[in-house]
Design a binder for this molecule. Structure first.
Ligand SMILES: [Zn+2]
Ligand SMILES: [Zn+2]
Length: 286
């Protein structure tokens, strides 16, 4: 009995340490399966995505780790995919030729600044406020609704296996200073997205990174998790680790929250297929 993690970053994107060091930590933790999901290369300068010239080396390295550690742990080659309408989605030829085992689809950009650069919504607060003013005339409702509309568009056009940190936009509103996640308009945007996720059969990840990095709660928030449970949408548990020591951060606590809500299954990529497994506070039963 142990945990799996399918949302992880190495030094190929904005994590630290080589993939092999992450894998050795996962083996040390007794994990039965591990997925690499560094940030996909994007057709814009970026300090945190895999650089396009490094992408084939990333794929090759994960393939080699599969060979080297065969029989010790199941290894999966994935990507955390951005979605930039008209510029980048899962149909990108470089991505399609990579023979990936799975993808996590995440929105990190919402539209473009006047100079044509995509606007990052999960970075520092000051550039966030600048874009909110320049692109959305400081209309936070319009901005957040656009974020969720892009999320739905990504699910439909990119068809990722997993929806990454679906309500990450809340980090820009710590303490509810920009919007209240219990406001009716916000709930409506979230609910529309959940209905879409259910229809398109995407797995929603429960991502613990906010709890140990941003001092927020889980992505998605517990009230959203209750709706996910009521609707019967598939979930999985991931840490979005950027360092080997973060691989299982906050898993027992998150599992307790999920069990209290009533969840009894987590989805895991196991024997090359997405499958549901029962879990408790000590792990998922593979
Ligand atoms: Zn992300
Ligand atoms: Zn990530």
């Amino acid at each position: 009995m142990s945990w799996t993690n399918f949302h992880s970053h190495s030094a190929f994107s904005d994590g630290v340490k080589d993939p092999e060091e992450h894998l050795l930590a996962a083996i040390q933790l007794g994990m039965p399966a591990y997925g690499f999901s560094d940030h996909s290369p994007i057709p814009f300068p970026s300090s945190w995505a895999i650089q396009p010239e490094d992408f084939s080396r990333y794929c090759q390295m994960i393939d080699e780790l599969k060979e080297t550690y065969h029989g010790q742990i199941q290894i999966y080659k994935g990507l955390e995919m951005d979605y930039i309408p008209g510029h980048f989605d899962l149909n990108d030829p470089m991505i399609r030729s990579a023979n990936l085992d799975y993808t996590v689809g995440s929105i990190h950009f919402t539209d473009f600044l006047p100079d044509g650069t995509p606007w990052e919504i999960d970075g520092a607060h000051k550039p966030f406020l600048e874009g909110l003013s320049l692109i959305f005339d400081n209309d936070i409702q319009r901005m957040v609704k656009r974020y969720y509309a892009l999320t739905r568009e990504m699910i439909q056009l990119s068809r990722p296996d997993v929806l990454g940190h679906m309500d990450k936009i809340k980090i820009q509103s710590e303490g509810g200073n920009l919007f209240d996640e219990h406001a009716l308009w916000y709930k409506n945007a979230v609910m529309e997205t959940l209905e879409f996720a259910l229809k398109e059969d995407v797995i929603i990840e429960v991502n613990t990174r906010g709890t140990y990095k941003k001092a927020t709660n889980l992505y998605p928030s517990p009230w959203i998790l209750k709706e996910i449970h009521r609707m019967g949408i598939k979930i999985m548990l991931n840490s979005d680790s950027h360092h080997p020591r973060e691989i299982l951060h906050y898993f027992p606590e998150a599992a307790k929250i999920l069990l209290d809500i009533g969840f009894d299954q987590l989805w895991v990529l196991w024997d090359k297929q997405w499958q549901p497994f029962p879990f408790d506070e000590n792990g998922v039963l593979t």
